[in-house]
Ligand binder design. Structure first.
Ligand code: C5P
Length: 288
């Protein structure tokens, strides 16, 4: 089916909990996390081309930040897929960027996941879900969870994903104006004495049943302490959201973005208005 134009939304994510179980022999960390896609998206458009390349558009600071991050993860994904499917032509992957970069909101991984889906269709590869997840895993630890198209519990290094039946949620999110690199956040966790959060079974049950008042105070991220110690703005932002009446708040992923859980979309608007620079995002239930 090479030839047509394929478009796809790449959804940002928030981690409602992120539990670091330990450092592995290979340097990665064993994780457990509830990953919820947000209605905040980048847009991908795939167009026919002889070569394979990525073209990033959007606000200058976003485009510059993406380009400063080395090889685009969507291109890494495209190359990994091309190895499996041997397409006869290339593609231009146009990414219209809105998701803050290196914020813990999974923007680069979401672009990579969307590129895998879109190119699988564009090149007519016909690679099924399990095999696509295996390719996603090679591209980056967060990519399998963002390929899933709905809330998931992720385990292992990120490669083990299981659908989570979480209803729609309302969040206010603030992306701080400095990036955090995942290797640093995990190294700080090692250096600071490796605290592992509680068994998330009760948190997960609250999330599934939509018991927001129980879910809010239970949200946690084991990387938050180590990152906040080096970047107090993270703790300050969390405190500002809680002061404004959030049910709970936590740093997302390896940070530094902070997400606050609200009772309703209107409450999320109120929280975002109370914390300068914050915006509203809906946590999505399974799509399609
Ligand atoms: O897989 P990815 O390339 O996204 O990982 C980036 C870095 O984040 C890894 O090199 C590692 O330092 C850290 N990481 C980790 N444990 C994970 C995921 C990422 O230590 N489960």
């Amino acid at each position: 089916m090479t030839g047509g134009i394929v478009t796809r939304a790449a959804h940002a994510k928030v981690n409602a909990f992120l539990r670091v179980l330990g450092r592995r022999e290979d340097g990665y960390h064993e994780l457990e996390s509830l990953v919820i896609p947000l209605d905040l998206t980048d847009s991908l458009t795939i167009r026919p081309a002889r070569e394979l390349r990525v073209d990033v558009r959007g606000a200058t600071e976003l485009v510059d930040a993406v380009n400063a991050g080395g090889m685009n993860l969507a291109l890494v994904a495209a190359l990994a897929l091309a190895e499996e499917c041997d397409p006869v032509a290339g593609a231009v992957i146009e990414i219209s960027k809105r998701i803050p970069v290196a914020a813990g909101l999974g923007g680069g991984s979401a672009d990579a996941a969307a590129a895998l889906h879109a190119l699988n269709e564009f090149w007519g590869c016909g690679i099924e879900a399990g095999a696509l997840t295996a390719i996603a895993e090679r591209v980056g630890s967060d990519v399998p969870s963002l390929l899933a198209g709905g809330p998931v519990v992720m385990r292992g290094r990120g490669e083990w994903v299981h659908d989570a039946l979480v209803p729609t949620t309302s969040w206010a999110v603030k992306s701080l104006d400095f990036p955090t690199r995942s290797p640093d956040a995990y190294r700080w966790w090692d250096e600071d004495g490796a605290v592992t959060g509680p068994d998330p079974a009760a948190l997960y049950a609250s999330a599934e049943s939509g018991s927001l008042a129980t879910l809010g105070p239970a949200l946690f991220n084991d990387l938050e302490g180590p990152v906040s110690r080096r970047h107090p703005e993270v703790a300050d932002t969390k405190a500002a959201f809680l002061e404004a009446g959030a049910l709970g708040a936590l740093m997302s992923g390896s940070g530094p973005a902070v997400a606050a859980l609200a009772r309703t979309p209107q409450d999320a608007e109120r929280l975002a208005a109370a914390v300068p620079g914050a915006f509203v995002a809906a946590g999505l239930a399974r799509m399609g």
